[in-house]
Design a protein around this ligand. Structure first.
Ligand SMILES: Nc1nc2c(ncn2[C@@H]2O[C@H](COP(=O)(O)OP(=O)(O)OP(=O)(O)O)[C@@H](O)[C@H]2O)c(=O)[nH]1
Length: 809
């Protein structure tokens, strides 16, 4: 490429027809042609070889095409097609210098390149200069005639030719004025046009449809250089703003935008070389398609690499990006604007189609990021909603209120965030995400509601259990006539209170009336279940409870004091009472009577088990307990069937029999032990035989004092030696034990009496009552410790007898 005085040029097509694509691309870059859009013009020059074409172009456009050295003779200097930028002409004007026609170098028959280059020039140029010698005008054998024929013929091969300006430049003009020459020339041109064979549809097409014909004449460059230069300078002025409406190429058609010029020229040349007809409109569409696609791909690639986009894409991976939609809309807008800017001059339909494709590709590219953004919005908003709902509930707000308030405000927040993420170019709606979010909210609300209801239910159930379980157990344990009325009262009261409180608590949930009712009924049933469960539990332990009741009543008196079988007690009555009570307990446990108490279980049991004799008198035929159901009691409420009751009672009687036997035995033993009085015959013998001694005592009362002292000493010895205790284990062990204890005890007793006798006056108990009390207390303490004894009941239970002073006996 040459570059001289601001002029760039390149060898566009070699002499052998090779297209220099690289050279053209470099040339376009060099002259910044791609930025010109449609504001550029292409001028080509055709004419016989060595007809001064290059000289004219260099003078006219200040280019630097090679000119023939006049001294070396007329030979071909320009081979193929050269291209250069016209210096100082606006808008950007490109000029092509074509190889001269009818050159000796290619020979007579080689006109193929001539035709190809002519067709190429007509296809890409707005203005074609036809260089011709003045003296050729009107001549039959003029050199330019074959050239014109060629031009017209190839022009017809263009399906829809551009309206090209044909400027005939007459060189070496003579004295004949142009006004006279031009009609002759135009006549020649018309004749040639008429003589060219045309396709049917162009038969009547006038020349003016294809060409603007202009004629200029220049003086000889060799002979009248000054004039030549002046005329050329004047002609140059006409090339300024040549594409403006009244310019040289003002009505040109089918211009390829400058950025597509290289590709277009290359394709045209390919088609021409393959000797095909050139469909310029189709070509234009093809160029537009290729170029627009190239531009779109380039914009797509630069979008993918765009730093802002990469940062945004990264950020969305981890969190919500505020202003996501705005940012992305602006990025896509800017990419599309950039495309529009570059592709603006290409075929509208193609450009728009490619723009749509680019937009779709960009939208597809950002779609996953948008989806991710929506997911973040959903998740983060849902998390915030969960927290807000929890806070509202913790703050004491009713569930339904809190749920609807939070759902409303977070639905709005979701909408706002979706709106913020909306990409203007994409027609995605967030309805699906909204529906999903709404479903998520509903399911979370339902989940929390269920949890809260379960919690509430559990709380009330626990309260009810506490209120019913223990008390019902206690009532059943005490089993009597008023047990079931009391249980019913307790059940109704507690259930009513719990149901009422539960109902108030449920009102905050604004549940469906039916669901609300179901929950209340469920709680009531739970309460019923507790009572029934407790009753079943107690019924399972019926035998144990009955025995316990019997033992308790049998072994304790009406003041709940342990009974001592002294012999005065009516064991039969006590047994009957205790058994009746146990039977009552059995009848209480035999069925659940939460709703009605109109059964005859108690009476039947009494009749069948206690008043057997009466029953056998009245009903001798049938055992009322020989049944597995109670009259008027449903099977579901029956806990102990009549048959089971009978069996339980038999077992109860067997197992309590021993207690009664023990009591009887104990009573008899007591009776034996307490019988200290001698038999009546002994008392009579004592009276008869002891009459004399009695009389002696009456006569000598001092004996009474001696006897009294003797009694005191014996009593003290009795207490000290715990004689009754010693003999409790048998006669022989008692005698042995007493024989070892008697002497030290007597000695001890005498010593104590001696010490009492020697006590000084100050310690005389009569003068010091407190000491007397202490002494007496000590004595009593000793006595009481020895006098306290254990009473073992017939059932083996040991009861401690109350402590009594010896002198209190
Ligand atoms: N008579 C005459 N000769 C001229 C004129 N202009 C240029 N020449 C001469 O013609 C010869 C060829 O000039 P070029 O400009 O190289 O001609 P060309 O048509 O470009 O030649 P090719 O590129 O080989 O086809 C040179 O010796 C020029 O001096 C002119 O106006 N009149």
């Amino acid at each position: 490429m040459d570059k001289e005085a601001g002029c760039c040029s390149t060898h566009l097509i070699e002499g052998d027809g090779t297209f220099n694509a690289e050279g053209l691309d470099n040339f376009i870059k060099q002259v910044k042609m791609a930025e010109c859009g449609l504001s550029y013009a292409v001028v080509a020059i055709m004419g016989p070889q060595s007809s001064g074409k290059s000289t004219l172009l260099n003078n006219l456009f200040h280019t630097n095409f090679r000119e023939m050295d006049a001294y070396r003779g007329r030979s071909q200097t320009t081979k193929g097609i050269w291209m250069a930028r016209c210096v100082g002409i606006e808008p950007c004007t490109i000029v092509m210098d074509l190889e001269g026609t009818d050159g000796r170098e290619r020979g007579e028959d080689d006109t193929a390149f001539e035709k190809q280059s002519a067709l190429f020039a007509l296809a890409v140029s707005d203005i074609v200069l036809i260089n011709m010698w003045c003296h050729d005008i009107g001549r039959e054998q003029a050199a330019n005639k074959p050239l014109l024929k060629t031009v017209f013929q190839v022009m017809l091969r263009l399906f829809s030719p551009r309206k090209t300006t044909l400027m005939f430049v007459i060189r070496d003009k003579t004295r004949t004025p142009l006004e006279n020459l031009e009609p002759v020339l135009r006549e020649d041109i018309q004749k040639i046009w008429d003589s060219v064979p045309k396709p049917e549809h162009h038969k009547q097409t006038p020349l003016s449809e294809f060409f603007n014909v202009l004629v200029v004449a220049l003086s000889s460059y060799e002979e009248k250089e000054e004039q030549f230069k002046e005329q050329v300078a004047s002609l140059r002025q006409r090339f300024f703003h040549s594409i403006a409406p009244n310019g040289l190429a003002g009505d040109r058609r089918g211009v390829v935008p400058a950025s597509g010029f290289s590709f277009s020229a290359q394709q045209i040349w390919e088609v021409i070389k393959e000797n095909k007809d050139l469909d310029l409109p189709a070509h234009k569409v093809m160029v537009a398609t290729v170029r627009c696609e190239e531009i779109a791909n380039e914009k797509y690639s630069s979008f993918v690499k765009n730093e802002d986009w990469c940062e945004l894409e990264d950020a969305v991976k981890s969190h919500i990006v505020p202003g996501f939609g705005r940012k992305l809309t602006s990025m896509i807008d800017s990419s599309l604007s950039s495309y529009d800017e570059e592709a603006t001059y290409f075929e509208d339909s193609v450009r728009s189609a490619k723009r749509r494709q680019l937009e779709e590709k960009l939208i597809q590219l950002v779609q996953p990021t948008y989806q991710l953004m929506l997911e973040h919005i959903q998740l983060e908003t849902l998390d915030k909603f969960k927290k807000a709902l929890l806070d509202a509930l913790s703050g004491g707000q009713g569930f339904a209120d809190a749920a609807s308030e939070c759902a409303g405000s977070f639905m709005r927040l979701f909408d706002e965030q979706c709106k913020d993420a909306t990409i203007k170019q994409a027609d995605w709606d967030s309805d699906k995400a909204k529906v999903k979010f709404s479903r998520d909210l509903d399911s979370h609300i339902a989940e929390v509601q269920n949890a809260k209801l379960s919690e509430l239910n559990a709380q009330f159930e626990s309260k009810l259990k506490e209120a019913l379980d223990g008390p019902v157990g206690a009532l059943l344990e005490g089993g009597g006539d008023d047990t079931w009325p009391a249980i019913r009262k307790l059940f109704h009261h507690e259930t009513k209170v719990a149901v009422s409180e539960f109902s108030i608590a449920l009102s905050g949930f604004e549940l469906d009336a039916q669901v609300n009712e179901e929950m209340l009924v469920k709680l009531e049933n739970f309460a019923r279940g507790i009572v029934e469960g407790k009753t079943k539990e107690e019924a399972a332990k019926a035998l144990y409870r009955m025995k316990e009741r019997f033992t308790s009543l049998f072994n304790h008196d009406s003041d709940s004091m342990p009974r001592v079988w002294t012999g005065k007690e009516d064991i039969r009555t006590i047994t009957k009472t205790a058994r009746s009570s146990s039977l009552k307990l059995l009848s209480v446990l035999a069925a659940i009577r939460l709703d009605v108490d109109a059964d005859k279980i108690g009476d039947t049991l009494v009749l069948a088990l206690v008043d057997k004799k009466d029953a056998s008198k009245s009903i001798s035929t049938q055992d009322p307990l020989a049944s597995s159901t109670w009259e008027e009691v449903p099977a579901t409420k029956t806990l102990i069937t009549p048959v089971q009751c009978k069996s339980l009672w038999s077992q109860f009687q067997r197992e309590t029999e021993y207690t009664i036997t023990q009591a009887i035995a104990s009573q008899e033993a007591n009776k034996r032990n307490n019988n200290w009085m001698p038999p009546p015959w002994a008392i009579a013998a004592l009276v008869v035989l002891g009459f004399n001694e009695f009389m002696t005592l009456l006569r000598n009362p001092l004996w009474l004092l001696v006897i009294f002292v003797g009694y005191l000493l014996s009593k003290a010895l009795w207490v000290q030696l715990d004689i009754s205790g010693e003999f409790r284990n048998g006669m022989l062990p008692g005698i042995l034990s007493l024989s070892t204890k008697v002497l030290p005890t007597v000695t001890n007793l005498l010593r104590k009496l001696a010490e009492e006798g020697q006590t000084p006056a100050t310690t005389d108990p009569r003068r010091n009552p407190s000491n007397q009390a202490n002494a007496l207390g000590n004595y009593q303490g000793v006595a009481s410790s020895t006098a306290s004894s254990n009473v073992t009941m017939e059932n083996g239970t040991e009861y401690s007898s109350p402590t009594r002073p010896v002198n209190g006996q």
